[in-house]
Design a protein around this ligand. Sequence first.
Ligand code: SF4
Length: 164
Amino acid sequence: MGALRERFWELPLSALNNDEWEALCDGCGRCCLHKVEYEDTGEIEQTNVACKLLDTQTARCTDYKHRKAFVPDCLRLTLKIVDSVSWLPPTCAYRLRADGDLLPRWHYLISGDREDVVRAGVSVAGRVIPEDMAGPLEHHIVEWEDPEDWDGEDDWGEHGEAPA
Ligand code: SF4
């Protein structure tokens, strides 16, 4: 654990304490959706089907602290694996920082408003269905679009280049 340092999100991921690591998440909920993986090719497709613990209206986990007890295969994103999780969205704060990019201007740590991730069209809040209503995942394959003109640069926060 540890206190949140000023502008901690500009530090390398390896320098973050536990609280800072947790606070980096933008709350988009996109990693909390089921995926379809094809055995023969290894290809992974996104769906609009939410994990049973996800509140579909807010895109927040309803029991984050105990999620592993209810969903044993819930991914716990760590520094060791962040580079190898291919399906993280390009907007994911962990992916951005792992690549040395700064957070986008709609990230709550930059804008000060947790709803900006919804306004930017990044959050899945209100756009997904619960897994117990979905039926076969193959019927729910979608492509989640990134914010208009998203290229990882125009959407950066106001602090310029990420530190090396
Ligand atoms: S995709 Fe990244 S930023 Fe979005 S909820 Fe998951 S960990 Fe947080």
